[in-house]
Design a protein around this ligand. Structure first.
Ligand code: FCB
Length: 452
């Protein structure tokens, strides 16, 4: 018992957060390249221009992963690096980089997992309306097909979108991520519908262009929920909140609006009613495209809310304890969400689950002995993985876990002020230092989690 024998132990990163070389190799502009140059948007004026300089250090970085015993690497392709305007010519220099990265991974026996969209919308597409322009469905599909055609001989795992909740919610509703807009609700729903359709079109194109059978997935996020007690009532209340639909002003932060269409072929009834006045036209054909069958379900999980059944038969949020555990960026530490989250998701969607991201930000320092003693990260990950293991033992089909992140990197609007890595990065020298958690994770992988 425990994790499956072939459990995929991984780490995750994304292109803009680590690559650097934003104006090199003929890359086109993405909305992040433009957004980071606006005043007072990013912590201390940081940009991803250099980031972890991964474009130049990828060979060493792959070797480092191999030394860490990593079995799988989830990385993203920057759309604007391989198709500079998003829809026109393919940039062979950009393709060559990913081609070579994949070769290094294969040589190191590390399973490459591609994410197609981790937020680098080509700026030229943005100028044409971005997610509001329905043509993006075909443009994204074409891009997905080009990537699948080129790399599917060596890559088996393809995730379409990373966290639509965030790139629509933070990008267009409250404007803290690129492109930094606050648009009207109607537009956000239309964009979201195009995101869904683009996902479906990408699934079709990956299947059509792949050179062999591949596994296609999706990687949404959201807070999970977990019950206050094991009573039937509390569990029922928790399940209900997990898939509930929020008020329109913060509508993107939920699971079912983004996952039901993909997995079940329909938007949740509660949302269709609540959001009716803002919705675009949704056709049967759209729903067919959106629910083009996928093979695996990815979910990024960081934390959750504790729920119990109230006296009046309605679910209530249980207040967090005074002094509850938090990470450096103030996210609560709630390991239970890695048991209940996958459990509820599996019940509802019935597909193999991969935790495509999980991890924490900490105030890491290099100690006098030249090591980084990040005990908090070890404890965090130990507790979360123990819950995930319990879920696996209880019959939830869990196939993999990707720690966020391989190394410290550009944390979007927080710049380099948050450190999420198993590996410490000194941004001045680009030196990497394996944190204690990296050695600990290596041991966990070696024992397939039996020593948690
Ligand atoms: C997720 C993002 C990832 C990283 C982590 C901390 O929301 O997908 O890029 O920023 O949070």
């Amino acid at each position: 018992m425990g994790f499956r024998e072939d459990f995929l132990w991984g780490v995750a990163t994304s292109a803009y957060q680590i690559e650097g070389a934003q104006n090199k190799l003929n890359k086109g502009l993405s909305i992040w390249d433009v957004y980071v140059r606006e005043n007072n948007k990013i912590y201390d004026g940081h940009t991803g221009d250099i980031a972890c300089n991964h474009i130049q250090t990828y060979k060493e970085d792959v070797k480092m992963m191999k030394d860490m015993g990593i079995k799988s690497y989830r990385f993203s392709i920057d759309w604007s690096r391989v198709i500079p305007d998003g829809y026109g010519n393919v940039n062979e220099e950009g393709m060559a980089f990913y081609d070579s990265l994949i070769n290094e991974l294969v040589k190191a026996q590390i399973e490459p997992c591609i994410t197609l969209y981790h937020w680098e919308l080509p700026y030229e597409i943005y100028k044409k309306g971005g997610w509001l322009n329905e043509d993006i469905v075909q443009w994204f599909g074409r891009y997905a097909g080009i990537i699948a055609e080129r790399f599917s001989d060596r890559v088996k795992f393809f995730f379409t979108m990373n966290e639509p909740q965030c790139f629509i919610g933070l990008g267009y509703l409250n404007g803290v991520h690129a492109p930094g807009l606050k648009v009207n609700l109607r537009d956000t729903f239309e964009m979201a519908h195009n995101v869904m359709k683009a996902h479906g079109r990408a699934v079709q194109m990956i299947r059509e262009k792949s050179k062999r059978d591949v596994l296609v997935g999706y990687a949404p996020t959201c807070g999970m929920t977990y019950p206050y007690s094991n009573s039937k009532e509390d569990i029922e209340a928790t399940r209900k909140v997990m898939f509930s639909i929020p008020e329109a002003d913060n509508w993107t932060w939920n699971i079912s609006w983004w996952s039901d269409p993909v997995m079940l072929g329909k938007y949740p009834e509660e949302g269709l009613m609540k959001y009716e006045q803002y919705l675009p036209k949704i056709t049967e054909e759209d729903m067919k495209l959106i629910s083009e069958p996928i093979d695996i379900y990815g979910q990024n999980i960081y934390n959750g809310r504790c729920i119990r059944m109230g006296e009046d038969g309605r679910p209530v949020d249980v207040k967090r304890k005074d002094g509850y555990a938090r990470t450096a960026n103030n996210w609560p530490v709630t390991p239970e969400c890695l048991y209940w989250g996958p459990k509820f998701l599996y019940e509802r969607y019935k597909k193999p689950i991969y935790i495509t991201e999980n991890g924490m930000s900490a105030h890491d320092v290099i100690s006098k002995d030249s090591h980084v003693h990040d005990d908090a990260r070890i404890e965090f990950t130990r507790k979360y993985l123990s819950e995930l293991k319990k879920a696996s033992e209880d019959g939830v089909d869990i196939r993999g876990y990707f720690h966020w992140s391989l190394m410290d990197n550009f944390e979007w609007d927080k710049g380099y002020s948050e450190r999420f890595g198993l590996v410490y990065v000194d941004y001045e020298t680009q030196q990497r230092v394996l944190k204690d958690s990296a050695y600990w994770y290596k041991d966990v992988i070696k024992n397939n989690g039996n020593n948690l």
